[in-house]
Design a protein around this ligand. Sequence first.
Ligand SMILES: Nc1ncnc2c1ncn2[C@@H]1O[C@H](COP(=O)(O)OP(=O)(O)OP(=O)(O)O)[C@@H](O)[C@H]1O
Length: 359
Amino acid sequence: MDKFGAMTVPTIELKAVHHLYGDRPSVCGLDLQVYPGEVVCLLGPSGCGKTTALRIAAGLEDVQSGSVELDGTVVSTANLTVPPEKREIGLVFQDYALFPHMTIAANIAFGLHDRATAKARVAEVLEQVGLTEYADAYPHELSGGQQQRVALARALAPRPKAVLMDEPFSGLDARLREAVRDRTLHILKSTGAAVLMVTHDAEEAMHMADRIVVMRAGKVQQEGPPDELYLHPNSGFVAAFFGDVNRIDVTVSGGMAETPIGRFACQGFADGRMVELVIRPEALTLVPVDEGRRAQVKVLASRMLGRTSLLHLCTCVGSEIELHLHARVPGRFLPEAGSVFSVDLDRSQVFVFPVGEAT
Ligand SMILES: Nc1ncnc2c1ncn2[C@@H]1O[C@H](COP(=O)(O)OP(=O)(O)OP(=O)(O)O)[C@@H](O)[C@H]1O
């Protein structure tokens, strides 16, 4: 049973959806649910099929097999595609797609068919996105961030049950993006709509999503709340998607992987099997050299990255195997190149996967 209860009907549901471009599969047996009020992000590398999945949910692409349901009603099968305008969905694209010759108010009113209530509704959503004073302006008079808010207002104006967004923040510069996505999240949450958003940016997905669906080669690789994916990735692919990782290939011996920075249990892997240790840079803490059994590392370079410092390390002290590792530590910590430390390792951030899983 999901947290919404067994009786809750998903607002958006894709069931075993397959899609081909010509004879090339782009989505391969995709199952996906988005519940009322939930923000779900489709995350994955370029070409993994996330935009196609969103376009299928919107009715912009047909499916070759499987089905799409909106609020329990079938809207796509191999023989049926209900068009987007009949789906009660709001769409927000990367380029906003505003009509340049129409005022902001007219852009927002475009999808409203009840003329008697349209004016009041436009005023309401303009206020919701904080653009009341721009009602009579034209799109070119607004900044990128403001245009994005108009696109959101236009999508929300007909009170859709679902909002589908494809990389909605990627046209904005980095500083503006954070503020706009924060505001967008609050607005979306206040509507109670089910939201499906495509992004290739893991940090953005973690900011926005109640649940992230990581896609790979047209399939779901793993899905769950952001913290679960970060703390319990099911593959090197997912672990690496949520940030820089250290990778060490090792052959299992006596049920353990022996490395210059410690020994790691490899449950479920036979001796002689090659495994990949994936170690987050945050797992490594540098402490003054002690005479204990802790491994030692030499600093190659250190860089301040804002809230954290990134250290380039080498295991060339006391080990014949030279590994290059990254450590990420909070705040400003910039030891001289050449200095030597012992390594304290948080083993909850070390993952063991079969070799070849990560890309
Ligand atoms: N109109 C099209 N015609 C033919 N092949 C396409 C078309 N659109 C996408 N594809 C192919 O389908 C696969 C999935 O593409 P899709 O755009 O869904 O991926 P994506 O994960 O959204 O990638 P991106 O982030 O680069 O947009 C890719 O191999 C892509 O090259």
